[in-house]
Design a binder for this molecule. Structure first.
Ligand code: ODO
Length: 319
């Protein structure tokens, strides 16, 4: 095994395929580094996860390989692709698609929300990605701004959801591990029913509601404050405030979407499918923009390609 500049140990076969560069992100479950695939110079992201954060027994490791196979088949324009997977005795190395725009977390500056039109474009793509996961039997369970990546520095860009694989690959989440991260995005039933009746895909609808609240308002709906109940209590009560100064200029339809997602009772909460039908998203210009980002026309269909080819009525040797 060779050691990279900051003492991270990488397996030899990994080093033979990838050249590791600088750190580009850190999360609860591991560090992310930029790397280059030696054969193609293609840039990738490598998530390095210390197994002690995911206590695994023999069966879990076998599960990891099986889960990797499932995840390799996951294919949606708004989901980060798992490109490769290595493990040593104490570490997982997950090679992921690189997103040049980084984390949404860095785009939603404290105190300033995104333009409503930008938030709508991003939120629609998140809904499409999560609806696809649910259709494939995967509940994300950890949707938050750090797990929403942007394809470029442009405001109007493709977004991709990541980390849906970690909890799926690295053995099912235990409630204790779920509670080890920041609870701000966790749905109420994770605290009140998870240990007994468990929880379903509606937890992702709640987290998307929190994400949309943060993108529009520029602050979190449930947050630690000395004079307030604990975040867990605020969530269980569904207590949040849309501060007028922060929400002035935001449309009533956008606020209605947030209010219908941040509903404590999962059976009454807006489902992902219903959210996609909400009036706020019936916006042809946004839908056209999102579809162009998710399904870009093939090169041969773009006007650029047309400009290169002489038209039939033009001079040319006919080839
Ligand atoms: C996890 C990940 N990609 O899969 C990633 C994480 C952080 C970042 O700045 C860029 C990235 O592409």
């Amino acid at each position: 095994d060779l050691v990279s500049d900051d003492q991270t140990i990488f397996p030899k076969e990994f080093q033979e395929k990838y050249l590791v560069s600088r750190g580009i992100g850190t999360g609860v479950c591991g560090e992310v580094k930029l790397a280059f695939e030696r054969a193609t110079c293609k840039k990738v992201a490598v998530k390095i996860i210390n197994k002690k954060n995911f206590p695994s027994v023999g069966t879990a490791t076998r599960n990891a390989e099986r889960e990797i196979e499932i995840l390799r088949r996951i294919d949606h324009p708004c989901l980060i692709k798992t490109e490769d997977f290595y493990q040593t005795e104490d570490t997982y190395y997950i090679v992921l698609e690189l997103m040049e725009g980084g984390e949404l977390f860095n785009r939603v500056k404290a105190g300033h929300g995104l333009d409503e039109a930008v938030a709508k474009l991003y939120f629609y793509q998140m809904l499409m990605a999560v609806e696809y996961l649910h259709r494939n039997g995967i509940i994300h369970r950890d949707l938050k701004p750090e797990n929403i990546l942007l394809a470029s520095q442009a405001k109007t860009c493709l977004i991709k959801v990541t980390d849906f694989n970690q909890s799926k690959i690295l053995e099912g989440e235990t409630l204790s591990r779920t509670l080890c991260g920041t609870p701000s995005y966790l749905a109420p039933e994770v605290f009140t029913h998870a240990a007994t009746t468990g929880y379903g895909p509606a937890v992702d609808a709640w987290s998307l509601g929190v994400l949309l609240f943060v993108c529009l308002g520029g602050y979190a709906p449930f947050y630690e404050h000395p004079s307030r109940p604990s975040v867990q209590e605020q969530i269980i009560q569904g207590e949040f405030t849309m501060v007028p100064s922060k929400w002035k200029g935001i449309s009533d339809q956008a606020k209605d979407m947030v209010r219908k997602l941040l509903v404590v009772d999962p059976s009454l909460r807006l489902s992902i499918t219903s959210a996609l039908k909400h009036p706020w998203l019936q916006d042809p210009a946004m839908l056209a923009q999102a579809n162009k980002l998710m399904y870009p026309p093939e090169d041969s269909d773009t006007e650029l390609a047309h400009n290169k080819r002489p038209r039939e009525d033009e001079e040319g040797d006919g080839n």
